[in-house]
Write a protein of this length. Sequence first.
Length: 277
Amino acid sequence: MLKNKKLAFIGAGSMAEAMISGILAKKLIQPQQIFVTNRSNKEKLLLLQKQYGVKTFVNDESVLSDIDIIILATKPKDIAETVEKIKQYTTKEHLIISVLAGVSTACISQLLGHEAPIIRTMPNTSAAVGESITAIAPGEFATSAHLELSETLFKAIGEVAIVAEDKLDAITGLSGSGPAYIYYLIEAMEIGAREIGLDDKLAKQLIAQVLIGAAERIKSTDLSSQTLYKQVMSPGGTTEAGFKVLESFQYQEAMVECIKRAAQRSTELGKLYSFIK
Ligand SMILES: NC(=O)C1=CN([C@@H]2O[C@H](COP(=O)(O)OP(=O)(O)OC[C@H]3O[C@@H](n4cnc5c(N)ncnc54)[C@H](O)[C@@H]3O)[C@@H](O)[C@H]2O)C=CC1
Ligand SMILES: O=C(O)[C@@H]1CCC=N1
């Protein structure tokens, strides 16, 4: 499906790189089918060129006329400037995929000024190891064929869930930002491990396997997460003693509020950078 397609990434940040490395690792397409541009960090383009063999372009958006799929991967605040620069080189024949938090397909359509199909998505940086979960939602002008093409692309970097666009802010707060919550937890576990006398290398191995095991477990059982943590907890044992400390710091409440605030921020970003009043 993607064999003869050309892809262009507008914005070469962490998300674009995670996607490029994931897509190429799966050998879904060849490096020379991928074009990348960036506004401020030209060294990053050289790095991507060297590391992945992709093609790069700077201040020459005319390259896009020959591209099939354009992936918008700039920050939400840059959406208007980005679309302004590319719109004259795009037509209804292009498939536009956005990974931007908050920004709606209606907003991008309005900025483009034509009826190109747009798919709004929310992947995460685990794309770099083929383990993203990407939610994808079709905009007004996208057909089932566009959705299928996007699904194929994102399946190369992990799992895909097709959703209605109005779910994307919530998904952004949960699984778009989610890896960061887990890395923060990992950092805390590393600090704790150090303080109880474990060396960093061993601690990393132990923590990684705890996370992999727990993730595999929740995927393969119908038991609730509460049942699973209670299975670990012996009365009067170590886990219970540790949990009491977590509860005293309102660990669970903090995470619930974190997810709600992140989702709300996605909605706020959409409003801040939308030109549809
Ligand atoms: N980082 C993450 O974990 C995730 C990010 N996203 C979304 O992906 C998008 C990019 O995020 P990051 O990669 O973290 O940001 P980033 O800041 O690392 O990369 C964005 C890049 O876009 C470039 N840029 C800005 N305007 C441009 C223009 N007009 N033309 C070409 N390049 C331009 C900037 O120079 C920058 O290098 C954001 O909209 C974010 O909401 C989505 C899912 C996860
Ligand atoms: O922090 C952000 O705004 C982006 C969206 C999801 C993950 N990173």
